[in-house]
Write a protein that binds this ligand. Structure first.
Ligand code: RFL
Ligand code: PHB
Length: 418
């Protein structure tokens, strides 16, 4: 039986866990990262690709943005297509902010390299974690590390193990309240070896359903189609996918480059929030605490934002025993979590015809789309949410609120040391 002692035990090497580990390292706080899968799996998982400006700034400011700055693409706007019309919304003009297209798995690779260079890579293949003690003087968890049954003793546990992880489920019944909304459709997503047809993302609304043309690089496109939630991928051969993309995205013959499909998958659409995001010495971050439907591209950005808040709160605790930011962790995070939930739900409603919806709803959605492209005020509000004014993770790390002022939670008030 082995024993590992550390200050913070991080469960999960996704974006939340790795950003947290990276920021804690910069603050001089010791941590171990415990990941269920092997490294190739973690580095190869294709998911998000849109980084809000605050997320890109945080990676850059913390020294993990060098490759992102070289290989990522900064977008100043996006296109919306509906009723055979094309409308460009410039987030830069509307709210002075941009987004960066850079694959989540590339962010993960960069952060894993930083952990390796710091001499503390994650433990991979750890698939039997049991949280033993969360409310005593220390936190304790059990798992097998390198074939040896091991007890990990830490001051705190960070639950960064995604929606299906073990940490949230380890909180005793009655302590968390779950809020949940399931949508009656899903996304079929493909990664294709095809140069993107344009410079910017295209969101297409069609009677047959929503479609999105996104990208990962100058040679790789990422495309999505709204499908029924129980769709079988076998019913979607490549020809059918491309034909459907053309119908929904290119009603007037706009260009779309086809190429070999490298990956495909179905993503269900769900909104979920667990409150509070902490229990004793356990703090949940990212998808472990909340899920948004992917329409608004907020999941990764929220995960990074939570990690930044938690890193700041832990650093404050270790620097001088100030417990206040840790106590306020849920409150600080939930404000932007719910803002992102609200935006994601509104954007999902706006862009997806719901199965069986009545003609009144169809017309209401069209009216809302027309308002968005016709009113500068409406477009500016949308652009702010889209490019990420919800909460700037880089500011969160510095302990500042939306206006850049030091926030009460991260401020200098001394709390009771435990
Ligand atoms: P992750 O990425 O799920 O990482 C959790 C990690 O924990 C590990 N794990 C465990 N480890 C140890 N013990 C256990 N018992 C464990 N159980 C799980 C897992 O193996 C994994 O490595 O959560 P994290 O870090 O919170 O990050 C969240 C993001 O991954 C997620 O929100 C985004 O991908 C959502 N998302 C998007 N977000 C954006 O901000 N912008 C986008 O453009 C965007 N597009 C998307 C998306 C998600 C999608 N899917 C597939 C859900 C597009 C799609 C299609
Ligand atoms: C993506 O590239 O995965 C992506 C981009 C924008 C979105 C959603 C997903 O709104």
């Amino acid at each position: 039986m082995g024993t590992v002692r550390t200050q913070v035990a991080i469960v999960g090497a996704g974006p939340a866990g790795l950003v947290l580990a990276h920021l804690l390292h910069l603050e001089g706080v010791r941590c171990v990262v415990l990941e269920r899968h092997d490294r190739p799996y973690v580095e190869g998982r294709v998911r998000a690709g849109l980084l809000e400006q605050g997320t890109a700034d945080l990676l850059r400011d913390s020294g993990a943005g060098e490759r992102m700055d070289r290989e990522g693409h900064v977008h100043e706007g996006f296109e919306l297509r509906f009723d055979g019309e094309r409308h460009r919304l410039s987030t830069m003009e509307l709210c002075g902010r941009t987004v960066t297209m850079y694959g989540q798995q590339e962010v993960v690779k960069d952060l894993l390299r930083a952990r390796t260079e710091a001499g503390a890579p994650p433990y991979f293949g750890v698939d039997d974690i049991v949280l033993d003690e969360l409310t005593g003087d220390r936190a304790t968890l059990r798992c097998t590390l390198g074939g040896t049954p091991t007890t990990v003793r830490a001051d705190f546990v960070a639950g960064c193990d995604g929606f299906h992880g073990v940490t949230r489920r380890s909180v005793p019944g009655g302590h968390l309240t779950a809020y949940r909304k399931d949508y009656p459709f899903a996304w079929l997503g493909i990664l294709a070896a095809a140069p993107p047809a344009g410079e910017e993302l295209v969101y297409g609304v069609h009677d047959r359903g929503f479609a999105l043309h996104s990208m990962r690089s100058a040679t790789v496109s990422r495309l999505y189609l709204q499908v029924a939630p129980d769709q079988d991928l076998a019913r979607w051969p490549d020809d059918r996918i491309w034909a459907e993309l053309r119908t929904r995205l290119c009603p007037s013959g706009e260009p779309l480059n086809e190429g070999p499909v490298l990956q495909r998958g179905i993503t269900s659409m769900r909104g979920f929030v667990a409150e509070p995001m902490q229990y004793g010495r356990l703090f949940l971050a990212g998808d472990a605490a909340h899920i948004v439907p992917p329409t608004g591209a907020k999941g990764l950005n929220l995960a990074v934002s939570d990690a930044a808040v938690l890193a700041g709160a832990l650093a404050s605790w270790y620097a001088g025993g100030n417990r206040e930011p840790l106590d306020q962790y849920t409150r600080t995070c939930l404000r932007h979590v719910w803002q992102a939930q609200d935006f994601s739900a509104r954007m999902t409603w706006l862009l997806h015809p719901h199965p069986g919806e009545d003609p009144m709803e169809t017309r209401l959605r069209r009216a809302r789309l027309r308002h968005l492209v016709g009113s500068r005020t409406a477009a500016a509000s949308f652009a702010e949410d889209y490019a990420g004014l919800t909460r700037d993770p880089a500011a969160a790390r510095r302990g500042a609120d939306l206006a850049g002022r030091p926030s009460a939670a991260a401020g200098g008030r001394r709390g009771r040391a435990t």
